[in-house]
Ligand binder design. Structure first.
Ligand code: SF4
Length: 294
């Protein structure tokens, strides 16, 4: 090995490298940790907005309120997934307004309803009058079938109703497998369906705002007994077989249980049975603290 090569190799193998700045002036620098810089630049903090965005009220409102009063960090994996989805989404929007026809699509078309409910549709096809929502879907197993999320359908229909649009399409950009990189689901709503959608939207938004103003998750809608969205509370990761819990699970269960104690339908006995089921699940998943009093 020549002297020159040896020096180069030593330099590459040390954490701190030497750089030549302005010709012959040498300065030792510590190469920054770009992982942290990249991560914090692509994953921004929560945005505080006035009123209600339709995207805020299509999952579990109770969880959103818990998140406001007791913020919990999402996992880095979830944050990066979210950013990947946003990047795909923005790239599609950027490309489609130029190609195939620069006059055909409107990007991020904005709507509002009753001056406190806001929303944007990803694409509006002016030629056919169709509202298009684009979502990224991470498919961990190529054999799994892409199905529309209830929350995505609700969001699209809210936006169709706000924009008085009869036709809508939900397009999933599939990341990570499968033969179909794009999957589309179509929807249609007549004027009375749109009216009904707006009525329910206003009710949901008002309830959410009230709970948010009072910082009280008990006043918000939750999905604990909702068959379609119950997976947000606890589920088994199909990939790893591990339990995944909502970070507010025990607080939420305690809150709901107290409410239900006074409800004849949910007697203390039923709550006790539920508690046993939850305790067993918690033990299996290694969660130690299940000591919240119901
Ligand atoms: S446990 Fe379920 S219902 Fe409760 S806040 Fe979490 S997601 Fe919502």
């Amino acid at each position: 090995m020549t002297n020159e090569t040896k020096q180069k190799t030593e330099s590459e193998n040390t954490e701190e490298s030497k750089q030549t700045i302005q010709g012959d002036i040498h300065q030792e620098i510590k190469i920054p940790d770009y992982r942290e810089i990249i991560f914090s630049s692509v994953v921004s903090g929560p945005r505080i907005r006035e009123g209600v965005q339709v995207s805020q009220i299509n999952m579990c409102d109770g969880r959103n309120i818990f998140q406001i009063i007791d913020p919990k960090e999402e996992s880095s994996r979830d944050k990066i997934r979210m950013v990947t989805g946003i990047a795909m989404h923005s790239y599609t929007q950027k490309k489609i307004v130029r190609n195939p026809d620069p006059n055909r699509f409107e990007v991020e078309k904005q709507f509002h309803y009753r001056d406190f409910i806001f929303g944007n549709i990803d694409l509006y096809d002016k030629e056919f009058g169709v509202a298009v929502e684009i979502k990224a879907k991470f498919l961990e197993n190529p054999k799994w079938k892409v199905k529309p999320f209830v929350s995505h359908v609700q969001q699209l229909k809210d936006l169709m109703a706000m924009g008085n649009i009869s036709y809508g399409a939900l397009v999933y950009e599939v990341i990570g497998g499968g033969d179909e990189p794009l999957v589309q689901f179509n929807y249609q709503m007549d004027s009375s369906e749109r009216e009904e959608q707006l009525r329910i939207l206003e009710e949901r938004a008002t309830t959410f705002l009230n709970a948010k103003d009072k910082k009280d998750p008990a006043l918000a809608r939750h999905v604990f007994f909702n068959k379609e969205l119950r997976w947000l509370c606890d589920r088994i990761d199909k990939r790893t077989g591990e339990y995944i819990w909502c970070p507010y699970y025990w607080k939420c269960m305690s809150m709901i249980s107290k409410e239900r104690m006074s409800d004849e339908l949910y007697s203390p006995e039923i709550n006790l049975i539920a508690r046993n089921v939850f305790d067993n699940r918690a033990k299996q998943s290694g969660i130690a603290d299940t000591s919240i009093e119901l």
